[in-house]
Write a protein that binds this ligand. Sequence first.
Ligand SMILES: [Zn+2]
Ligand SMILES: [Zn+2]
Length: 166
Amino acid sequence: MQLELAQLIGKDGSELAFSEQYDFSDMQFGITHPLTEPVKASGAVKNAAGVLTLTGQIETVLHGVCDRCAKPFTRQLSIPLHAVLEADPDCDEPEDLWTFSVTDNRADLDEIIRTALVFGLDGQMLCKEDCKGLCCRCGADLNLGPCSCKPEIDPRLAVLQSLLEK
Ligand SMILES: [Zn+2]
Ligand SMILES: [Zn+2]
């Protein structure tokens, strides 16, 4: 979707709302396709003292596989949107990732949503924030309780311990 910004440009205080639904079911993240459900993006572009700022959010249901314990999970995902839309033909290098160009009074909303999703999904592939993962030695799910492996002793501590025992 292209955002038509002609009515905003040059009008301080004006605002344009948007609401769009996307299909990102093809998007691969690691080994999974976590966005099998519709992705909803909504928000508004505002002209504040000549600067066009886009704010809003992306909402969907994430179908992932936990990076730590490898269990599939389903979770509501909400990613905030915040971008600056800049119509400056002299400046072909946007100063940061969240600055998008305006060409012929239009900005590409799809590109903004795609960028926000790729970065927003980073670090989200956990069944829960404090997932304890699997034991690296026996493979037990540590969310279910400690396994029977002995805790690994740092070799430097082991030397210290043997000195103390003498
Ligand atoms: Zn997990
Ligand atoms: Zn273990």
